[in-house]
Write a new protein. Structure first.
Length: 403
């Protein structure tokens, strides 16, 4: 019998996701000593991604009080909007901005980015969007899928493995007015190289002078310095009077990875502008997912809306942040104690879960294929994946590859 032609015969095999495909390979690896330093998920020293105790408590309360499974409004509940605004901008600034903040509850930070991208494509004149070199691997794909053209600005010095601030400043000064510039609010992914508060203030002043529009990807609030300190850049832009997009994620700092909880905050110039922005934002939401999923959002509302739970949550975030800082110190010290000749002290200066190690693509492949140590080809690692159990083996393997 002849094979019937399928309408899917023209479908080609898409390239594997550069990060998620590594996780799939890790899961299939039978080596009991395998190490996964690729995917961006926080783990504790036992290698487990924990459920925060405040989240457990919130869910207990939700089970007892939840009265409906009906749809949320397209942009989410007003209470969710108010609480996420205050976390993002701080109480005083959120109050002063008032009705100039538009909020959409989105499916994760990625959902916030996509809704922002669709809004930009449909409503702004320029279709160019500027990304740091390097940036999160999914940024370009999300913006391209929405019809935007990605361009890049200078950010990182591959030779020193640190922020190249002079090149960065020169680069962003040349970006035309009306074009959107994506900045990592803290814990830059993938490099871990962040701006200092005074540098954020300078960047906000440049944006005000040149007229480009900032979009802050804010996925790691609390994992850098602390909840308030990590928001300095966001708040510097908000105070400047500029139009502003902020894409929040609660995957990391509330541990809601699989719940997909995020928020898009847009700061407008006036109450009238807010009405028009909201109307267009609703179209972007409606044509993507209609309205947001409720459960994760209610967890966020419960944790942030209860003073006692919020205080406990801040302590839990501090504990995760402390672990990341300590792992950086231990990793650098372990490499030095093992006699590795290369200086890795730059890792102590980087912030958040991710670091550029300076390892080459060839070395990354060797680590995966010969030692079952999984990192992405760029040499980026998730520092949180290092534990007291796997650190000795990781150190010895790196010494063998590097020396």
């Amino acid at each position: 019998m002849e094979k019937t032609m399928s309408h899917f015969d023209s479908v080609t095999l898409a390239p594997a996701d550069p990060i998620l495909s590594i996780t799939e390979a890790f899961k299939a690896d039978p080596n009991p000593e395998k190490i996964n330093l690729s995917v961006g998920v926080f783990v504790d020293d036992s290698g487990v991604t924990p459920i925060l105790e405040t989240v457990r408590e919130a869910e207990k309360r939700i089970v007892k009080t939840n009265a409906t499974k009906s749809y949320l409004p397209m942009t989410g509940s007003p209470n969710y909007a108010a609480l996420t605004q205050r976390l993002c901008f701080g109480d005083a600034l959120a109050d002063s901005l008032g009705s100039r903040i538009v909020t959409a509850h989105t499916p994760g930070g990625t959902g916030a980015l996509r809704v922002a991208a669709d809004f930009i494509n449909a409503n702004l004149e320029s279709k160019n969007i500027w990304l740091s070199n390097p940036t999160w691997a999914n940024h370009k794909g999300v913006f391209a899928a929405a019809g935007l053209q990605a361009k890049s600005y200078a950010y990182f010095d591959q030779a020193t493995l640190r922020l190249d601030y002079p090149a960065f400043i020169e680069s962003i000064k040349a970006i035309p007015a009306g074009e959107v510039v994506v900045l990592h609010a803290c814990c830059h992914n993938p490099t871990g190289a962040d701006l200092a508060p005074a540098q954020w203030d300078e960047v906000a002043a440049i944006a005000a002078e040149t007229g480009w529009i900032p979009l802050l990807d804010f996925a790691y609030q609390g994992f850098g310095t602390d909840i308030e300190g990590d928001a300095h850049g966001v708040r510097a832009f908000a105070k400047s009077g500029l139009p502003l997009f902020v894409c929040q994620s609660f995957s990391k700092n509330i541990g809601l990875y699989r719940e997909r909880v995020g928020a898009l905050q847009i700061v407008t110039g006036s109450e009238d502008e807010t009405k028009r922005v909201v109307s267009q934002l609703k179209i972007a939401v409606r044509t993507n997912y209609s309205n947001p999923p409720a459960h994760g959002g209610v967890i966020v509302e419960t944790v942030l809306g209860d003073a006692e739970l919020r205080a406990r949550w801040i302590e839990e975030v501090a504990a995760m942040r402390t672990r990341i800082h300590q792992v950086r110190e231990q990793f650098v010290d372990s490499l030095a104690a093992a006699g590795v000749s290369r200086d890795f002290s730059f890792l102590k200066d980087q912030m958040g879960m991710f670091s550029f190690t300076g390892l080459t693509k060839e070395q990354a492949i060797t680590l995966r294929e010969e030692h079952s140590i999984y990192i992405v080809d760029s040499g980026r690692i998730n520092v949180a994946g290092i534990t007291s159990q796997n650190l000795p083996r990781l150190t010895q393997v790196l010494k063998g590859i590097l020396d």
